[in-house]
Structures are given as C-alpha cells and as structure tokens.
Design a protein around this ligand. Sequence first.
Ligand SMILES: Nc1ncnc2c1ncn2[C@@H]1O[C@H](COP(=O)(O)OP(=O)(O)OP(=O)(O)O)[C@@H](O)[C@H]1O
Ligand SMILES: Nc1ccn([C@@H]2O[C@H](COP(=O)(O)O)[C@@H](O)[C@H]2O)c(=O)n1
Length: 254
Amino acid sequence: MHAATEENRDHGAAAPILVAIDGPAGSGKSSVSRTAAEQLGFGILDTGAAYRSLAWAARRLGLDLDNAAAMENLLDAWEYRITLRGTQQVTVAVAGGLAAADPELESPVDVTAAIREHEVSGQVSRVSKHPAVRDRLNAMFRTIVAESGLPGVVIEGRDITTVVAPDAPVRILLTASPEVRAARRAGELPGLTPEQVLADLQARDAKDALVVDFITPAPGVTLVDTSDLNFEQSVQAVIDIVRAAQNAAEESTV
Ligand SMILES: Nc1ncnc2c1ncn2[C@@H]1O[C@H](COP(=O)(O)OP(=O)(O)OP(=O)(O)O)[C@@H](O)[C@H]1O
Ligand SMILES: Nc1ccn([C@@H]2O[C@H](COP(=O)(O)O)[C@@H](O)[C@H]2O)c(=O)n1
C-alpha cells in the first residue's frame, strides 16, 4: 500500500500545519475544505477518497467487502495515489496475483470520477467498518501529510479530529441538517428524487456512525453548522477559524 504523488514530496520540510475537518455525508467537507485550502495556500487530503477507492477496487476484483481479511489482503497489494493540490486526481493499481481477476488494474487506473458514483457510495461503509482497514488507512494518511512538503494541509473525513489528527491546531466539525444536505446533493444526482437522496444519505450516516462519531464535536472541536450559510459563507467560516488559531499561536510566541 502506498500513497501520495511524487510532486508532493519534499523530504526535510517542516511538518505542515494541520486543519482537521469532520462531518456527515454531504455536509460540504470536500467542497468547502478544498476551496478553503486553496485560499489558505494549503493542500487538501480527502480521506473518503481512499475508502471509496478501496471499495471500488474490491468490487472490480469480485472480493467480499464484508470480509476484513480479504480487505487487508487487498491493502497489501493496493497502490494508491492522490493529489493534494489542484484538481483532484486519484489512481489505483493492484500488484501481484490479485490483479489476475482484472489485469487492467496491474497499471494505475484513474478512479477520480468512478469513486463518486452512487454504487460506490452505497457500498463504501462495508469496507470502512473494519478496524484493521481504518488503522492502516489512518497510518497512510499521516504519512501522506508528513511527506507532503506543504506549509499546511486540510484533512477531511469522519474521524480526523478524533483519531487521525486529534492534536491538530484547528479541528472543525462541519455539519448541516439532513434535509439541507440532501437538497444540495440532489442537485448533483439528477436521476434520483430528493427523497431517495435523503434516504441514501441517512442510511450511509447510520452505518458510518456505528464505527465513528462525526455528529457530536469532541472537546476542543469547533462546530460549524452550514444549514443557513451559503457556500462562500461556509468557506469563510472555516478560514476565519484557521486565521484566529494562527493569530493566537503568533501572539503566544511574542
Ligand atoms: N454551504 C453550502 N451552501 C450550498 N451548497 C453547499 C454548501 N456546502 C456544500 N455545498 C454543496 O453540497 C454538495 C455536497 O458537498 P460535498 O460533496 O463537499 O460534501 P461532502 O461532505 O464531501 O459529502 P460526502 O461525504 O458525501 O463526500 C456539493 O454540491 C457542494 O457544492
Ligand atoms: N475518515 C473517513 C473518511 C471516510 N470514511 C468512509 O468513506 C466513505 C466515503 O467518504 P466521503 O467523505 O467521500 O463521503 C464514508 O461514507 C465512510 O464510510 C470513513 O469511514 N472515515
């Protein structure tokens, strides 16, 4: 299992400032975090993309997503790359004998669009429920960030503020009501009714909530409810929290 693009690497650089963002499905984690990261001059690590890519590869290879050992076996052979800056690009390859079931996977396949498909969203909780999978992906996320060579990285997911980066200087829980999240998401899924989108989103949250708490902010985590904020206001809310933390850190060193 390996990760990150070579252009992100700069060994010897100082550890990046971390902005940890969690939230339920459709809360704006990816889009708001990405825009905020661009404005801050930081990278963005979308951790859900790794879980989605693992589920995508497992499905392509006909593996049982509920089988933890099969998923760990896949992780041993899985080569994962994600860009932290610019337009997101995610690639997956599978080394060794496992790829015999689908030889196209012997070389990196661009899965950037495929992992967003409805079928993957509906199955991804089956791989993210395995504690061993989570531990290995969390270690990979920490490595990607540490080797990024960037001044800062916004890292978003479900357990970033609590498990992946509990000591991050900025920790945010980004949320919105289920109805608002479903309405926003329905705009991207013209084939589905808002009711179907709401039901799918709540079903995924319910499965994910069995393994991580992304509803209640942990101590020290700032809650940002975007139900009544437009996109720009949501981005600004995140940036304001980061700037306030940076100013507080500067003042404490004077
Ligand atoms: N404050 C906002 N106002 C209006 N639209 C928003 C706002 N925040 C996010 N959106 C829109 O809501 C949709 C869902 O956002 P996004 O994909 O970033 O959520 P997510 O939390 O990453 O979802 P998932 O967990 O399913 O990947 C996108 O179309 C995004 O542009
Ligand atoms: N830190 C994380 C991030 C994601 N997941 C799982 O991946 C799924 C897809 O995540 P998105 O953010 O792209 O929606 C999500 O439903 C979780 O199952 C996770 O467990 N932990």
